[in-house]
Design a protein around this ligand. Structure first.
Ligand SMILES: O=C(O)CCC(=O)C(=O)O
Length: 269
């Protein structure tokens, strides 16, 4: 759903410049053109955990207006940040294939939600996000592999939650924020425009949630949280309600992930 006017235009314009600089710095070693990227990256490129290495963006990720809306929508009192990320659908970038997010995260409980904050007006021309209304009400997780190339139509036909449902595409203007539940199926249109569509997203989960499975994820494997344990560490700090903004995690991402660091997906140090 869209919540209008969460931020003022000047706030978004301010953060836009910071995010652009952060992406430029993170992606400085990635010299590939759009065509040279994988099909997945042609739908969007990611810079994760920007809150760690860009203190100004930490203020955006932990902005209490986002946390309050997210907690009201989930009807829970306390939230943690799973991770944040900038998503850039480059000019000419292809569509984002239909999927829902929860199966990508090893969180047992499903009180999860993403805030999607665009830095430009978004319409059908530039990577508009669309939702399959009501799909989150089906408590069934279906892992859609969007990472290895375009998802086959035959695979999508296997998913009852998205059959015969009209996708609800959302026009967003600067200052609006779109929220989607971790189980809501969604997709995004190609970016036909000449400008990159840059958004910042923050993924929240209910405080007290536990690790559901062994699937690797930085948010639990960095702090060594095991299956069944409560997900509670400085990698996924409390996000709402908080009185002060948290510090960056103490333990840095190890150099086992040097390639991802060099590609700018993860913070370098
Ligand atoms: O920005 C996009 O194109 C897709 C966003 C998305 O899949 C998400 O935020 O979960």
């Amino acid at each position: 759903m869209t919540v209008p006017d969460v931020f003022s235009t000047s706030e978004i314009e301010f953060y836009r410049e910071v995010v652009k600089d952060a992406i430029k710095e993170r992606k400085q070693n990635d010299l590939r053109s759009l065509k040279e990227k994988s099909e997945y990256e042609q739908s969007f490129v990611q810079c994760q955990n920007l809150w760690e290495d860009y203190p100004v963006l930490r203020e955006l990720t932990f902005d209490q207006r986002l946390g309050e809306i997210a907690s009201n929508l989930l009807e829970v009192s306390k939230l943690r940040v799973w991770h944040d990320q900038a998503l850039v659908k480059e000019a000419g970038g292809r569509e984002t294939d239909p999927h829902h997010d929860q199966p990508y995260w090893p969180i047992r409980e499903t009180n999860t939600i993403t805030a999607w904050i665009p830095f430009c007006d978004v319409s059908e021309n530039n990577g508009q996000l669309g939702f399959y209304p009501g799909s989150h009400k089906v408590e069934k997780e279906q892992f859609i592999n969007i990472f290895s190339g375009k998802v086959e139509e035959s695979e999508l036909q296997e998913i009852p939650q998205i059959q015969n449902i009209k996708v609800d595409y959302q026009n967003l203007k600067i200052g609006d924020v779109s929220f989607h539940h971790g189980l809501t199926f969604h997709r995004a249109k190609p970016n036909y425009s000449n400008e990159d569509r840059i958004v910042h997203t923050v993924i929240f989960f209910e405080d007290g949630s536990t690790r559901g499975d062994e699937k690797f994820h930085f948010s639990v494997d960095r702090p060594g949280i095991k299956v069944g344990q409560i997900i509670k560490s400085d990698v996924t700090p409390l996000a709402y309600p908080i009185k002060s903004i948290p510090n960056a995690p103490k333990k840095k991402i190890s150099d086992d992930f040097l390639t991802l660091k060099m590609l700018g997906l993860l913070p370098k140090d």
